[in-house]
Design a protein around this ligand. Structure first.
Ligand code: MN
Length: 484
């Protein structure tokens, strides 16, 4: 049997473990279609290309995702890298899958160029161009497998992809509350993005440090079940969980690089059946071990903006070591691990989401509520908060965010008043187009300005979209009449 056939059978087995009614036939059809399309193509590590498609789908099964997403995952590189078009995918697999696949292709045009100032814009642009959250899930899975084979790429390419993974992909996964994807991306990108810092963190986590922590934890793990049983408090699981190294690294930076100030590298996790049990367990723990003041956090009553819920507390154990304990229900656990992706297979029972001043997180909370009240909403789940915004590139590769229907004049004024005033010509993707042309997502815009021209043209008022541009043009017109 061929290697790809074995990987495929493993994939099917995994899907069946969480979705017994999977449409195996269509998944096989997608596998064979992708295999034929990529025939003769090799990955840099020597694998047949189809292995990459299968692994990408495999990562999606870790999130227990639906057939549609798995199939789109298998086909994700077809229009980009083979002679088969999106049209062909549509003919074979229908509009929904074709739309997902073409969404993934569009995203490959966005390249991270390390301009820190605009990183937020790049993230937002990414979300806007993805349009469907499922596209982002597939893109993250694709990226995770690319990171797994990163060592075969040339040095500078490695660093760029690793940085992009940390700053764009992992951050988006975090915003969507999908810890599973975030951890995978961070874990695999960290050593390539910051080799020295990675080496430093690994040197801190010595064997004896880990062992000491685990011994501390074991003492509580041995005692807690008896306490809970005596008080008839049910629990499902008590275990130690270890933080990812990149997440530990970020925390160390906030704590003056002092490992002694990090209490949750290894934390204790207690899973209980209901919300009520969460609070009862918390009470029992506090009765038996002294809690640290100011470290009790109720993320059940007040969920984090990305939907995360749990009770956190830090206690002194019998030897006065500090240990963090996290208490949650299975459904909270699933929301924490799979975030928005959990909605595709699991009913979600999260409560209200905290208001935040970040515009898009507010919108995100609304989507979550809509999904809870109407599961159908998910079918049309679109990242429409960005539909009124577009993202365009400067010639240097920076990303500017503008309202929909913005023109090169709006773009010029967004960069600098003088650039707007002096604007005589605009090159959009290298083409000389009219100044009233409406810009589209992903356009690269270059403004040609005459440094001696210091006045905007009044007729620009009829098409500009941004307040900045409009106000500047109006005030220039007023100045003109003042001088008469
Ligand atoms: Mn790919």
């Amino acid at each position: 049997m061929q290697n790809d056939e074995l990987v495929f059978l493993k994939l099917i087995k995994k899907i069946k473990s969480y979705n017994p009614t999977t449409d195996e036939q269509t998944i096989r059809k997608a596998f064979e279609f992708a295999k034929k399309a990529h025939e003769g193509q090799k990955r840099l590590n020597g694998d047949d290309y189809i292995i990459h498609c299968l692994r990408t789908a495999g990562i999606l099964t870790e999130l227990k995702l639906s057939d549609t997403i798995i199939i789109a995952g298998l086909l994700h590189d077809v229009p980009e890298d083979t002679k088969y078009t999106t049209e062909e995918v549509k003919k074979q697999f229908g509009l929904e899958i074709a739309t997902l696949v073409s969404g993934i292709s569009k995203l490959s045009n966005i390249k991270y160029r390390g301009t820190e100032k605009y990183i937020d814009n790049i993230r937002n642009m990414f979300m806007a161009m993805a349009a469907d959250i499922r596209v982002i899930l597939i893109k993250c899975a694709d990226r995770i497998h690319n990171l797994e084979t990163l060592e075969f790429l040339p040095q500078e390419k490695r660093a760029r992809i690793a940085h992009e993974s940390l700053e764009i992909f992992a951050q988006i996964a975090h915003r969507l509350g999908i810890a599973y994807l975030q951890n995978q991306l961070e874990m695999k990108a960290f050593p390539f993005a910051q080799p020295r810092e990675y080496a430093w963190v690994t040197s801190l986590i010595t064997k004896s440090y880990t062992q000491a922590k685990q011994t501390q934890l074991a003492k509580i793990i041995n005692k807690l079940p008896t306490i809970l049983k005596t008080h008839h408090i049910p629990y499902l699981k008590i275990y130690g969980r270890t933080k990812g190294l990149y997440s530990l690294y970020k925390k160390l930076l906030r704590k003056g690089r002092d490992l002694n100030k990090v209490y949750d590298y290894i934390a204790l996790r207690v899973i209980v059946p209901s919300i009520e049990d969460c609070y009862r367990v918390l009470g029992m723990i506090h009765q038996n071990w002294q809690p640290v003041v100011g470290r009790i956090k109720d993320f059940i009553a007040q969920a984090k903006p990305n939907g995360y819920q749990s009770l956190h507390t830090t206690i002194f154990d019998d030897e006065k070591n500090l240990i963090e304990i996290q208490i949650r229900t299975p459904s909270m656990h699933e929301t924490a691990e799979y975030g928005i992706a959990a909605h595709w297979l699991y009913k979600n029972e999260t409560g209200a989401i905290d208001e935040t001043d970040v515009r898009w997180l507010k919108e995100f909370a609304t989507w979550q509520k809509n999904i809870e009240t109407d599961p159908k909403y998910l079918e049309e789940f679109k990242l429409d908060i960005f539909q009124s915004r577009i993202f365009v590139f400067t010639p240097k590769g920076d990303v500017m965010e503008l309202p929909e229907d913005s023109t090169p004049i709006d773009f010029a004024y967004a960069i600098h008043t003088r650039l707007g005033d002096g604007c005589i010509k605009a090159l959009i993707n290298g083409q000389n187009l009219a100044l009233e042309t409406k810009l589209k997502n992903g356009d690269m815009v270059e403004i040609i300005a005459n440094p001696h021209k210091k006045k905007p043209k009044p007729e620009w008022l009829s098409f500009v979209k941004t307040r900045t541009a409009r106000n500047r043009i109006k005030s220039a017109i007023r100045d003109k009449y003042k001088n008469i």
